[in-house]
Design a protein around this ligand. Sequence first.
Ligand code: NAD
Length: 382
Amino acid sequence: MSSQKPLNVGLVGYGFMGRTHSNAYGKVNQFFDLDRRPVLKAVCGRNESNVKAFAERWGYQSTETDWRNLLSRSDIDLVDIATPNDSHAEIAIAAAKAGKMVMCEKPLGRNPTEATRMVAAIESAGTPNMVWYNYRRVPAVMLGKQIVDEGRLGKIFHYRAKFLQDWTISKDLPQGGAGLWRLDANVSGSGVTGDLLAHCIDTAMWLNGPIQSVTGVTETFVMERHHNLTGKVERVTIDDASAFLARFDNGALATFEATRYARGHKALYTLEINGENASIFWDLHDLHRLHYFDHRDEGRLRGWRSLHVTDGDHPYMKHWWVPGLQIGYEHTFIHQVADFLEGLRTGRPAAPTFRDALATDLVTDAVLRSATSGRWETVGRG
Ligand SMILES: NC(=O)c1ccc[n+]([C@@H]2O[C@H](COP(=O)([O-])OP(=O)(O)OC[C@H]3O[C@@H](n4cnc5c(N)ncnc54)[C@H](O)[C@@H]3O)[C@@H](O)[C@H]2O)c1
């Protein structure tokens, strides 16, 4: 018998993120010393045979076909929402009211109204909560955070982020339904602004503080697509591409860009910060490296350093293999669960909480407002 107190997980949704989360719950205690142990108590999905097959493959003890049943169970401590964005608010608010801890996929809501209601519900329940902005927990990105917090960059002038993909270029790609709900704004809330830029914005505000104002443009390159659920050709309601300028509270200027029309790029998330003394650069396609330039280095030897973030004194890395051996995407979710469980022990909530994630929704909202108004828009404060 394990001496660790069980944390009974009820997962809703068993697609892409359902798999990354399940993998994280299964691995976390093998690599981190924690006093809680996630137990895969139940998984919920609407199709009974599919959800049973998922439960068997991943080791869930039981299944549900309606998330309401999951919430009414006294043997569930944590509700994990890995469904498309249109169900985040309803499930999270009900789960909070049922007194559950809630972990929710990003973006928190489809818009700030939903996200604000979610924050109110979870804060009035007073239960632990977190949103899966997993890129904060790439060791190289966390090292970047340490470097910024130590003041090594000096005054920060520029923040630059991109998230580029190319999977929706074909006009024949339908919208709606499994996997393609991202192309239907009724379900997703928005296109690349809420999907891809939300990641960039979350990391940016974590590294460089609040964003004050934005001015953006969006474009929809393919205006009509077959809709899988209605069977008709329907207007496309998402933004296919989005770019914006931003001004941070600390005076830094920023550029952000995301698209699903950048031929050749699959998930090219890059970020760069330029300060008075030093700069950092990171690239998801080479995620275990952080590039660092320090102007205070001796002139003859000055240049960009490519840090291979795999040593025992790098963030999270002492829990893994030996120096020099890198880890990958799935580990960011394991780190996030480890930090959440450690937050339960210490009573210091691991971030990003629902409230932190609301701040991101408020920026994406301002970007979309600006794309319509053609003006600079002030970012709302939650
Ligand atoms: N953190 C990240 O990097 C990251 C990456 C991808 C997706 N996401 C987010 O994760 C969420 C899910 O995305 P995905 O890529 O896993 O989608 P997906 O389409 O692969 O999976 C969604 C799952 O939810 C299920 N589902 C839908 N409605 C349901 C309901 N009412 N009750 C129960 N199950 C329901 C579907 O059957 C499916 O199993 C989205 O909010 C998305 O934005 C985050």
